[in-house]
Design a protein around this ligand. Structure first.
Ligand code: PLP
Length: 421
């Protein structure tokens, strides 16, 4: 099935229930079991079905199946936010004494999670340069549990050398995790390039109109080959005392997402609300069509900014003079580059003036909305980063980020023209 069809149909069987065209919202916390034996079978994984909405829910289940199909994965677990998807994915494999290798170009919240919060859990984050991954191999040791990067980074709009990262990871049997939020499942599928696990903040392009917070973790088919018998992932190969001695690598089920659900979502409670899963399903239905329009609008705006005398530098890989242009053509569907871009003006004062002068763009710390957004990363989304961290991430005070919406691009260009005047 083609992606546009998957987005509308996968995971939902209309012959069940009342045959509703729209997926029903199962707004419930719990489920009545048919008998005591039925309940026991579900808990022992002898039978499959809803147990309690913190573990699974029929509406969320359809969203997970549909999203996994969109990403070309085999299984998915939805979470309450993008951050919880990233947190669950990391602690699914890493524990005190371990290290993780993260890209130098990541969303600020992810940097803070990895370098500060996880440090208090005894997990060390090493930072590699993802544009060329030249320093990556030398950082891997026996305690390295994963390599994390974004397919299109927020806010630098940079594309890593994904092929090289995957090649190095495979050589050392280390798991790769790609945050595909900005590119979206419509424009890029990391699994097709050999990535093991894909995470998203579905709060962005997936929901599309800024209506629901969410996250998702998708696992590739055959990941057990990497995990089974691999000493790095010994806890997938030994009995889990907290789940009747279950050995995740021997269940025949996708082990990564199985453990996220059974051990982490169970204990930490990062489950989404069924209503949000339903809103995200509505978003998925139009994702592909919206991504084409976001990308087309963004390219027009980027071209305008690129030729404006007061703009120092525009980062948008759709532009022929952008460093990421070749990679965008190689990786992304039809070379479409999503709706996010950043540009630099003279100084912080000018950036503030532009921010305060736009009329259609709203000053918001979100991306992927149908309405256009303007953000100053250094003072907001990346404020928790130290000056050194900001510098190495390429986030300067004169940097402005735009999330281009679905308005008529002529109006967006007019708005920026008057704000820059
Ligand atoms: N990943 C990326 C690339 C993001 O841009 C964001 C949020 O901006 C997140 C993850 C975190 O997602 P959420 O806000 O849904 O927790």
């Amino acid at each position: 099935m083609q992606k546009d069809t998957i987005a509308l149909h996968a995971g939902y069987d209309k012959t069940q229930g009342f045959g509703t065209m729209s997926v029903p919202i199962y707004q419930t916390t719990a489920y009545a079991f048919k008998s005591g034996e039925h309940a026991a079978d579900l808990f022992a994984l002898r039978d499959f079905g809803p147990i309690y909405t913190r573990l699974n829910n029929p509406t969320t289940d359809i969203f997970e199946q549909r999203f996994a199909a969109m990403e070309g994965g085999v299984a998915a677990v939805a979470t309450s936010s993008g951050m919880s998807a990233i947190f669950d994915s990391i602690i699914n494999v890493a524990e005190a004494g371990d290290n993780i290798i993260i890209s130098d170009k990541l969303y600020g919240g992810t940097v803070t999670l990895c370098t500060h919060t996880l440090k208090r859990f005894g997990i060390k984050a090493k930072i590699f340069s993802s544009d060329d991954a030249k320093d990556l191999e030398g950082m891997i040791d026996e305690k390295t549990k994963l390599i994390l990067f974004e397919s299109l980074s927020n806010p630098q709009i940079s594309i890593p050398d994904i092929e090289k990262i995957v090649e190095i990871a495979k050589k050392h049997n280390v798991l790769t995790i790609c945050d595909n939020t900005v590119a979206s499942a419509a424009l890029f599928n990391p699994i097709k390039w050999g990535v093991d696990v894909v995470v998203h903040s579905t709060s962005k392009y997936t929901t599309g109109q800024g209506t629901a917070l969410g996250g998702i973790i998708v696992e590739r088919e055959g990941l057990n080959e990497l995990i089974s018998g691999n000493p790095r992932y010994y806890h997938f190969n030994e009995p889990d005392e907290s789940y009747h001695g279950l050995v995740y690598s021997t269940t025949g089920l996708p082990p990564f997402t199985l453990r996220v659900r059974l051990a982490l979502v169970r204990d930490i409670g990062t489950a989404p609300s069924p209503f949000n899963s339903w809103l995200l399903l509505q978003g998925l239905e139009t994702l592909s069509i919206r991504m084409k329009r976001h990308s087309k609008n963004a390219l027009e705006v980027a071209k305008f900014l690129n030729s404006h005398p007061k703009v120092k530098k525009v980062s948008y890989p759709g532009l022929e003079n952008d460093e990421g242009c070749k990679k965008a053509q190689k990786y992304f569907k039809d070379g479409l580059c999503s709706g996010l871009m950043s540009f630099k003006v003279e100084d912080y004062e000018t950036a503030k003036k532009v921010l305060n002068s736009t009329k259609i763009f709203s000053i918001v710390v979100n991306i992927g909305d149908s309405k256009s957004i303007i953000t100053h990363p250094a003072s907001t989304t990346h404020q928790q980063l130290s000056n050194d961290e900001l510098k190495s991430a390429g986030i300067s005070p004169e940097l402005i980020r735009l999330s281009i919406g679905l308005e008529d691009p002529k109006d967006l260009i007019e708005d920026l023209k008057q704000a820059l005047s």
